[in-house]
Design a protein around this ligand. Structure first.
Ligand code: CA
Length: 705
């Protein structure tokens, strides 16, 4: 726990420099993790400390030396999907994960590979991953490394050898659950949640004994649809409070959502574990619970006792959420001076666009202000509830609501610099057209949002599309949580940028969608250094020191939800192998430039699908859009408009109906589509491909930069 108040930051850093003689060794246990802030050599848990500030007291790399920052070593991985992990470093070893839940251990000084582990996740599991087959990293405890695998397994590995020690299945694998988040370990319990709310699951957090893998407790975030107790830690609060907030609706079959897929933080002094809870399933509350009820604990921050999962308090950011406004975003604990008094606060910038400062002892709202442009609410009332714009619930008419489902801020970690008193937010500016679906549709096991996805289809007119694209952008916002206002903002042309690191060197590090890793001055946002990684960056960097030298490590590899769904608004990043780049002052290592694949064109002149493109459009939107993008704009999984698969009905059917590419994550859709419907989907994709070719006759890709 970082006990420094903002005013004591400088004295604190001097003290910590004095502590930077040698890495703290010894077993990874409660004492060592609780004191993680003083162990400047290491980065032992995903947010660096239990407070998850992602602030390092290391200062050798600073505003005056950063121009000498160069590559120390690098590694390239065997997957070209999104890379979201924050590397961990302890006792001279760097641990990271890649897409498909693979773990790698390196000598943190030299980059020598020590071991790797592949849980061999079935490629078909990719179908249930809304947001790419990513993984955000491991946890360390007692000589073991803990991994949450995409297919719902929690796996303990020997930290020295990578050998599997135990493995447990944490979800019903017949349902579309996934795990992408990093586990945390508190008091000998490994904490892991899951994802899948877009597909119809019931969210929960589990605690497993770190030594044995036995389940210790589970906390469900939505009521049991059958009305009975679960025999879980959540039973009493469900009966007393949450259950009554769920009137009848399709949640009884969809599970309600509320998945705990990313944020956690822990205060050892208060013995409170803080958990961020996700969106409803389906998104549209009109379907989910008849348009009524707050639907606890959707979109809430919940405080639990880590020992037994007992509920202590909650704060719901978006009661009755209907927009995918998760509160799973990064949670930061800090001690701020407010009105002259020290306060123990919890800070979050959830998707709904408000920056919240809560009293973390009891969950009381201290303040909340929008950190990006919003139109769904005008503020937060004295009762702690948003003052909603009634039209934003899209019950009668559609509305372009800001923020959209990617949020004002998504999973990309923030960072807090206590010396500057600033939280650095990787923010997203833009909106999304929400409209009621009308007649509800439900596709078991597939994406079910309860909204009219035809509204997300792009108009043919290129000028209108360009205007839409111009409304979407990214920002790095330096937010003063005391004044609840931005001190400075860096503008990014694209909106799916990387997580953030802050250091006592007065620097903020952030990568971007186009592949630049940059260092900004913590106080004013001036760019002081940048490096072209050659591939989009979405992960947050970590920093550590060995032998008195400070290192900066970052995973490179573009991907994630936006790369799939709204490729039309993003740079045209090809799929390139993930890399780990590690920098130090005076580093002179080099890495080969990525080979850029040549643009692909296909000859559509003789292609005449028998299907009806107009009938194919709603089918495409229902089953294909989540991974291949609106208007088949995706160029990531892969670009269907340039795929030879669409050239013949036989080839298309072999993939869509017969499942020829199941191992790569493209499962058979024969549960949902017959051969005639598949041919209509092909007709629709061919019509979009023809439009793209007409716009870009030179053969250059028709989307992106
Ligand atoms: Ca979601």
């Amino acid at each position: 726990m970082n006990r420094m108040s903002a005013g004591l930051g400088m004295a604190g850093s001097l003290l910590l420099v004095a502590c930077n003689r040698a890495p703290t060794a010894g077993p990874m246990d409660a004492a060592r993790l609780t004191a993680a802030d003083a162990d400047t050599a290491a980065w032992m848990t995903t947010g660096r400390t239990y407070s998850e500030q992602r602030y390092s007291p290391l200062a050798a790399i600073n505003a005056t030396t950063v121009d000498k920052l160069g590559l120390a070593w690098s590694a390239e991985f065997d997957t070209d999907r999104g890379q979201e992990a924050t590397p961990l470093v302890a006792d001279g070893v760097l641990y990271t994960t890649t897409a498909w839940s693979k773990v790698f251990a390196f000598d943190a000084k030299t980059g020598t590979s020590l071991w790797s582990y592949d849980p061999k996740v079935d490629g078909a599991r990719g179908f249930s991953a809304c947001c790419d087959v990513v993984n955000r990293g491991v946890a360390l405890w007692g000589g073991k490394v803990y991994l949450g695998a995409l297919d719902g397994r929690l796996i303990a590995l020997d930290a020295k050898t990578g050998a599997e020690v135990w493995s447990v299945v944490t979800v019903d694998q017949s349902k579309p659950y996934t795990i992408t988040g990093a586990p945390r370990v508190v008091k000998g319990k490994v904490l892991i949640g899951n994802g899948g709310a877009e597909y119809g699951v019931r969210g929960y957090l589990s605690a497993y004994d770190a030594e044995t893998g036995n389940l210790v407790w589970r906390f469900y975030t939505t009521p049991n649809p059958d009305g009975k107790p679960d025999g879980a830690a959540s039973d009493s609060i469900m009966a007393a409070k949450a259950g009554a907030t769920w009137p009848d609706g399709v949640w009884k079959t969809s599970g309600g959502g509320g998945t705990v897929w990313d944020a956690m933080a822990y205060d050892p002094d208060l013995n409170l574990l803080y958990v961020g809870v996700g969106n409803g399933s389906p998104w549209n509350r009109m379907q989910r619970s008849g348009g009524k009820g707050d639907n606890l604990f959707l979109s809430s921050i919940v405080a639990l006792r880590p020992d037994n999962g007992q509920y202590v308090w909650h704060y719901q950011t978006t009661p009755g959420e209907s927009w995918d406004f998760t509160a799973t975003q990064h949670i930061i604990l800090a001690d701020l001076t407010l009105d002259g008094k020290p306060r123990k606060v919890l800070m979050q910038a959830p998707k709904n666009g408000f920056f919240y400062v809560l009293d973390r002892t009891n969950g009381a709202l201290i303040s909340a202000k929008p950190y990006v442009g919003i139109n769904w609410a005008t503020g937060i009332g004295a009762d702690g509830r948003p003052i909603e714009n009634p039209a934003a619930r899209y019950e009668k008419n559609f509305m372009i609501v800001a923020p959209g489902p990617f949020g004002g801020h998504n999973w990309h970690p923030m960072a807090f610099n206590p010396a500057e008193g600033l939280v650095y937010i990787p923010a997203i500016v833009g909106g999304f057209p929400y409209g009621d679906e009308g007649t509800p549709t439900h596709h078991e096991g597939a994406v079910n949002l309860g909204i009219n996805l035809l509204l997300a289809t792009l108009p043919d007119d290129a000028a209108t599309r360009a205007a839409m694209k111009a409304t979407l952008k990214g920002q790095l916002v330096a937010w003063d949580p005391v004044k609840q206002e931005a001190r400075w903002t860096v503008e990014h042309p694209y909106y799916w940028n990387a997580g953030v690191l802050a250091t006592a060197g007065g620097l903020v590090f952030q990568g971007d969608a186009e592949g630049r890793l940059a260092a900004y001055a913590a106080k004013d946002g001036k760019q002081l250094w940048s490096y072209d990684a050659g591939n989009g960056v979405v992960a947050a960097p970590a920093t550590y020191s060995i032998g008195g030298e400070q290192y900066l490590a970052v995973m490179v590899g573009y991907g994630g939800a936006a790369a799939l769904f709204t490729a039309w608004a993003l740079p045209n990043q090809p799929r390139l192998p993930g890399r780990l780049l590690v920098f130090k002052l005076g580093g002179t290592a080099t890495v080969a430039p990525y080979p850029r694949p040549a643009p692909v064109t296909i000859d559509l002149s003789t292609v005449k699908p028998a299907g009806d493109a107009r009938a194919g459009l709603p089918l495409y939107n229902a089953f294909c859009m989540a991974c291949h993008g609106a208007n088949a704009s995706g160029h990531y999984l892969p670009d269907l408009k340039t795929s030879p698969t669409i050239l013949s009905p036989e080839t298309f059917k072999s993939v869509i109906i017969d499942g020829a590419r199941t191992a790569k994550g493209m499962v058979s859709f024969s549960r949902y589509l017959n051969a005639g419907q598949a041919e209509s989907v092909r007709a629709y994709i061919v019509s979009e491909a023809r439009k793209a070719q007409a716009e870009a006759p030179s053969g250059k890709p028709a989307t992106g930069k």
